[in-house]
Design a protein around this ligand. Structure first.
Ligand SMILES: Nc1ncnc2c1ncn2[C@@H]1O[C@H](COP(=O)(O)OP(=O)(O)OP(=O)(O)O)[C@@H](O)[C@H]1O
Ligand SMILES: [Mg+2]
Length: 240
């Protein structure tokens, strides 16, 4: 569960990226975060992994008080919250498998266990055959899947995806959204920042809208309000 209360972020330059934002996201939700460029979407996501601290307000993620969390606990937090960054941040001199292996190695997981985990996660996102290729050899959609796989290696409770369909054509964008929906179906909370209005308007998901740093709308769609109809709604989504 994510609880953001009265959060304001003013950067040193004086720019206010977020202004008095309050938002609660329950476990297992799928939320679209929308708004014009510069409205604060990335800043909001970065705060959830303590990449940016709020100037005012409080953020609770699961049982962690993000503002008070000691730096020594940040690596643990980042295992439980997976992030796909807007610019992916893949290492070009390592293979797809090695890119995903890296966080596991840093966490000192044994080699065999880490290898198994990498294969399992690549399979899950549908790029098992690309394990030994380098990022330059993959398409935009495959690179996005790689970044999603890396974000999922520690089976996080929450997955944050920042503009995951940014440079993709419509068909590939839908494939990526399907991957995220499948992850969400396993119980992982998914927050996706996006400009893709076709996708946002086609799915019956919650839509949180930011404008100039303020939360201006929070549309809880029917499937979120009435969980009993969720199965039916999800089936309807599939054909889109
Ligand atoms: N490190 C920073 N220093 C100063 N200003 C920043 C910093 N990061 C973001 N900002 C400013 O905060 C505002 C919100 O930026 P943010 O990147 O969160 O927007 P966004 O909604 O993600 O935009 P986009 O859709 O283009 O990705 C912008 O005005 C931006 O210039
Ligand atoms: Mg952004």
């Amino acid at each position: 569960m994510i609880v953001i209360q009265n959060v304001t972020k003013t950067f040193g330059t004086g720019a206010s990226a977020l202004i008095d934002v309050s938002l609660q996201i329950d476990k297992g939700e799928f939320v679209f975060l929308v708004g014009p460029s510069g409205s604060g979407k990335t800043t909001l996501l970065r705060m959830l992994i303590r990449d940016v601290l709020p100037t005012q307000g409080s953020i609770i993620v699961n049982d962690w008080d993000i503002v008070k969390l000691p730096s020594s606990k940040v690596p643990h937090l980042r295992k439980k919250i997976g992030v796909v960054f807007q610019d992916l941040k893949l290492l070009t001199d390592r293979t797809i498998g090695e890119n995903i292996m890296l966080p596991l190695e840093m966490a000192q997981m044994g080699h065999r266990e880490a290898m198994n985990r990498v294969e399992e996660i690549l399979e899950q996102v549908g790029i098992a055959s690309h394990k030994d290729k380098f990022p330059i050899q993959l398409s935009g959609g495959e690179l996005q899947r790689t970044a999603i796989a890396r974000a999922l290696v520690f089976s996080p409770d929450i997955l944050l995806a920042d503009e995951p369909t940014g440079n993709l054509d419509m068909a590939t964008s839908w494939e990526i959204v399907k991957v995220l929906q499948d992850i969400n179906k396993t119980g992982t909370t998914v927050v996706m920042a996006t400009h893709n209005t076709d996708i946002v308007n086609s799915l019956l998901k919650r839509i949180v809208t930011l404008e100039k740093g303020k939360l201006v709308r929070d549309d809880k769609r029917k499937d979120q309000v009435d969980k009993t109809t969720k199965e039916k709604d999800t089936t309807k989504d599939e054909g889109k």
